[in-house]
Ligand binder design. Sequence first.
Ligand SMILES: [Zn+2]
Length: 72
Amino acid sequence: MSVTSSNLVNLAAKYMILKESRRSLRGQCPFHEDAGESLMISPDKNIFKCFGCGKEGGPAEFKFAIEQLNKA
Ligand SMILES: [Zn+2]
């Protein structure tokens, strides 16, 4: 399965705890020091957006950002 066709929710669930919030999922952003639950995932659109650090995109962007974290 290629990265672009992968399911963002399944991918993100490996790195963060996701909580259901209406039609979206929220969780503590793994990309910045998040005191709350700034990262939101839209399962319908298969995209994420963090209201704390502004990171956003699809499964490919999420995976890329995780890989950048692990290098640091
Ligand atoms: Zn963030």
